[in-house]
Design a protein around this ligand. Structure first.
Ligand code: ZN
Length: 192
């Protein structure tokens, strides 16, 4: 079964009235879409479907977890999904564009394809800011991204200069010690 078919409902054989469907949503759904906003995940969609003559009414709830890129540290970050929405599917020879509430399909079509609807609903349910909980970000990545202010930069430069000056001073001191030692040895030899 291909992925699009897996997330479809074969409605033709359904009697008028209520039906329920469950979908286990896995990585395959997220891989269908190009933008890679969601890297993977595990969700469960429960669909309450009411069939009538000219349309289907769907009550959709999706719960689970998806993996996205953390906005702060770019690491993998698991976010909970909790979505509830309604969708109307109308049978018509005149196919109009899906407007977020109503989907139009030809009466000749055997399946209602829900892959895109499920994917978009999951995206919609995610918070605007997608980040790890406070303190859970990758510390190495945060350090790498940290923007150093001018003041901090100056402090770092000063520290390096001070260290270099100290090293130079140290070298001079060592050299004078050696000179002193040599001179003392020479003095010692003269005495013998
Ligand atoms: Zn993070």
């Amino acid at each position: 079964m291909d992925t699009v078919r897996k997330y479809s409902i074969a409605y033709k054989g359904l009697s008028q009235g209520e039906h329920t469907f469950d979908f286990e949503i896995g990585d395959d759904l997220f891989q269908l879409f190009e933008n890679k906003e969601i890297k993977g995940g595990n969700c469960r969609a429960e669909i309450e479907l009411v069939r009538s003559e000219r349309q289907l009414q769907l009550g959709v709830s999706i719960r689970g977890e998806v993996i996205v890129e953390c906005d702060r540290c770019l690491g993998d970050c698991a976010l909970p999904v909790d979505f509830a929405g309604k969708l109307v599917v109308k049978f018509s020879d005149e196919i109009r564009e899906y407007d977020g509430e109503t989907m139009w399909i030809s009466a000749a079509q055997d399946y209602v394809e829900l892959a895109q609807y499920l994917y978009e609903s999951i995206i919609l349910s995610l918070p605007y800011q997608r980040v790890h909980p406070e303190g859970a970000c990758d510390p190495d990545m945060l350090r790498r991204f940290r923007i150093v202010s001018d003041e901090e930069f100056e402090q770092i430069e000063n520290r390096v200069e001070t260290q270099q000056a100290a090293a130079a001073e140290n070298e001079q001191w060592t050299r004078s010690l050696e000179t002193l030692k040599e001179r003392m040895e020479q003095e010692e030899e003269k005495k013998r």
